[in-house]
Write a protein that binds this ligand. Structure first.
Ligand code: FAD
Length: 469
C-alpha cells in the first residue's frame, strides 16, 4: 500500500508566474517529477520569433547553472551554443591587453550563452516535459480568499484556481506585490547609482572574431567600465556600466559629440570596433541596477518567490541567473517528495542567507572589475592566492572560484573568502613569492581554513562546448 501524502495527491498542481529563465526551467523540472504545471507568461511565446529588447543579450553561465541544467537533462543542448571564457582580458588605456585566467585548470571556465536562445530552449523543453504554457497571459493580482489567480489575456481578466503558486516573474514581480497585500514584508531595494547601456561589436569583414573569443573583455576605468562577452555569431555584446549622475556619467552623455569624446578618451582601443556606437547608444535603453533584499519570500505553502522576484542582484558576479537556477534545482528536489508539505519553507530557509551573500559579493565584484583588476596590488594578491591554492589545494580555493566553479553555498564562499583575504593580508608584505614565509602561510591556512567540503569539487567538465564554427 502506498501512503498518500500531500505531494502524492492526484492533483499535484502547481502554477508558475513567468516563463523567463527560472520559470521555464522550473516548469520542466516539476513536469518531469509528475507535477501538473501551468505557466502564465505576460509576453508572447519566445519561440514565435525574435525577441526584441529586454536585458542583456548574453549571460555568463557558471557551475551552479550548469548543475541545474544537467538535472533537467538540457545541459548538452545548451553546451552546443555556449562559448567558454577562460579568463578576463583586461584592456589598458594604452591598448595593451592582459589575460588574467580565472583559475588554474581547464575546469575554471565560465560560458557565454545567448539569453533569448536559452529562454527559447527552456520553454521548448518545459513544453516537451508536459508543462502547459500560457503566453500573453500576465498575472494582475491574486484573490487569496478564493485561491484564484487574476490573469490578463486579450484585454480580459481571467480567474484561474491554484493550489500552489510560484513567482518566477522577475525583479518587478507582480506576485510579490500581491503577497505584500496579505503578509507583512520587509522589502529593501538598494539602487547602485550606476546604470548600463548595451552596445555591440560585429564580426570582422572576413567573419572572424575581432578579439580573443575565449575571454570576458574588460576596459576597467576606476569608477566605470566597459565589458564584452562573445556570441556564437562571432560578434560581442558590449555593456557600458557608468554612474547615472556626476562628472563622468550617463547624465553627461546627451549628445553624439559628448558620446564620441567620452569613448575616444576612455576606450580608444574599443572605438574602432564599436561600429554602430551612436545609433546603438541612442536606441538602446538605459538599464537601472540594484539589489533586492526581501523577507519573507512566501505565504505559507501557498505561494513562493524564486529568482529575481525574491533576490535580484547586480550583474557583476554573473550570478543572477545561476542563483535563480540553483533555486529551481533545490525546489525540484524538495518537491519530489514523498513528503513535500514544507518545501517552500525549506527553500526559503536554505536559500535566504545565500541570496544575501551573493548580493553583497556581486556589489563588491563591481569594484574589483572596474578598478582593482588594473592595479598592481590586486595582481600581487591574485598571485599569492594562486600560490596558496597550488600548495594547499585541499583547503584553499579563491572566493571567485568557489562562487563560479563549485556548488559551495554562497554564504560559505563568502566566509571562506574573508578568511583567505585575511591570510593574504598577512603575506602580501613580501616582495615576491620566494620571499613569502611559507611556514607562516601553512600555519595560518591550517588554523583558519577547514578542509574544503565535497561541494567544492570542481564542476564536471562533461559539457563539451564545441569549437566555435
Ligand atoms: P526574468 O528573467 O526577469 O524572468 C521573469 C519573467 O516573468 C519574464 O519572462 C517576464 O516577462 C515574466 N513576467 C513579468 N511580469 C509578469 C506577469 N505579470 N505575469 C506573467 N509573467 C510575468 N545573470 C547571470 O547568471 N549571468 C550573467 O552574466 C548575467 N548578466 C546580466 C547582465 C545584465 C545587464 C543584467 C541586468 C542581468 C544579468 N544577469 C546575469 C541576471 C539575470 O538576467 C537574472 O538574474 C535572471 O534573468 C533572473 O531570471 P528570472 O527568471 O528570475 O527573471
Amino acid at each position: 500500500m502506498t501512503m498518500t501524502t500531500r505531494c502524492d495527491h492526484p492533483d499535484r498542481a502547481i502554477s508558475i508566474i513567468g516563463a523567463g529563465l527560472a520559470g521555464a526551467l522550473l516548469a520542466r523540472l516539476l513536469a518531469q517529477r509528475g507535477w501538473q504545471v501551468d505557466v502564465y507568461e505576460r509576453r508572447e511565446d519566445p519561440r514565435a520569433g525574435p525577441v526584441i529588447g529586454g536585458r542583456s543579450i548574453n549571460l555568463a553561465l557558471a557551475e551552479r547553472g550548469w548543475n541545474a541544467l544537467r538535472l533537467a537533462g538540457v545541459a548538452d543542448a545548451v553546451a552546443s551554443q555556449a562559448i567558454a571564457m577562460r579568463g578576463r582580458a583586461v584592456h589598458a588605456m594604452d591598448g595593451r591587453v592582459e589575460v588574467q585566467p580565472y583559475g588554474l585548470t581547464d575546469a575554471h571556465v565560465i560560458h557565454s550563452v545567448h539569453r533569448a536562445n536559452l529562454n527559447r530552449l527552456l520553454v521548448d523543453q518545459a513544453a516537451a516535459a508536459g508543462a502547459r504554457l500560457h503566453f500573453e497571459c500576465g498575472l494582475r493580482d491574486v484573490d487569496w480568499d478564493r485561491n484564484e489567480l487574476l490573469l490578463e489575456s486579450d484585454g480580459q481578466t481571467l480567474r484561474r484556481p491554484f493550489g500552489r503558486v510560484i513567482g518566477a516573474d522577475g525583479a518587478g514581480s507582480p506576485l510579490r506585490a500581491a503577497l505584500a497585500r496579505v503578509t507583512p514584508q520587509q522589502e529593501v531595494w538598494e539602487p547602485l547609482g550606476h546604470g548600463y547601456k548595451e552596445l555591440s561589436i560585429p564580426p570582422a569583414a572576413d567573419g572572424s572574431f575581432r578579439m580573443d573569443p575565449n575571454a570576458l573583455h574588460i576596459w576597467p576605468r576606476g569608477e566605470f567600465m566597459l565589458i564584452a562577452l562573445p556570441n556564437a555569431d562571432r560578434s560581442y555584446t558590449v555593456t557600458l556600466f557608468l554612474p547615472l549622475q556626476g562628472p563622468r556619467s550617463f547624465e553627461q552623455l546627451q549628445s553624439p559629440a559628448a558620446i564620441d569624446a567620452f569613448f575616444q578618451t576612455e576606450f580608444p582601443s574599443a572605438v574602432p570596433y564599436l561600429q554602430d556606437l551612436q545609433s546603438e547608444f541612442a536606441e538602446n535603453p538605459l538599464g537601472q541596477l540594484g539589489t533586492l533584499r526581501l523577507s519573507p519570500w512566501r505565504l505559507g505553502e501557498r505561494a513562493l518567490l524564486i529568482g529575481d522576484a525574491a533576490h535580484a542582484v547586480v550583474p557583476f558576479h554573473g550570478q543572477g541567473m545561476n542563483c535563480a537556477f540553483e533555486d529551481c534545482a533545490l525546489l525540484a528536489r524538495l518537491l519530489e517528495g514523498p513528503d513535500c508539505s514544507d518545501a517552500f519553507a525549506q527553500l526559503e530557509q536554505q536559500r535566504k542567507a545565500n541570496a544575501d551573500a551573493i548580493a553583497t559579493m556581486a556589489v563588491e565584484n563591481y569594484q574589483e572589475m572596474r578598478d582593482a583588476v588594473a592595479q598592481a596590488g590586486f595582481l600581487w594578491r591574485r598571485q599569492i592566492e594562486h600560490a596558496l591554492t597550488t600548495r594547499f589545494p585541499e583547503r584553499v580555493l579563491s572566493r571567485y572560484a568557489l562562487v563560479s566553479f563549485t556548488q559551495v553555498p554562497y554564504a560559505e564562499a563568502q566566509r571562506r573568502g574573508a578568511i583567505l583575504g585575511g591570510i593574504i593580508d598577512r603575506l602580501q608584505t613580501a616582495t615576491d613569492l620566494d620571499a613569502i614565509d611559507w611556514t607562516l602561510a601553512a600555519t595560518l591556512v591550517h588554523e583558519r581554513l577547514s578542509v574544503l567540503p565535497d561541494a567544492a569539487q570542481l564542476g564536471h567538465v562533461d559539457r563539451q562546448c564545441p569549437a566555435i564554427p
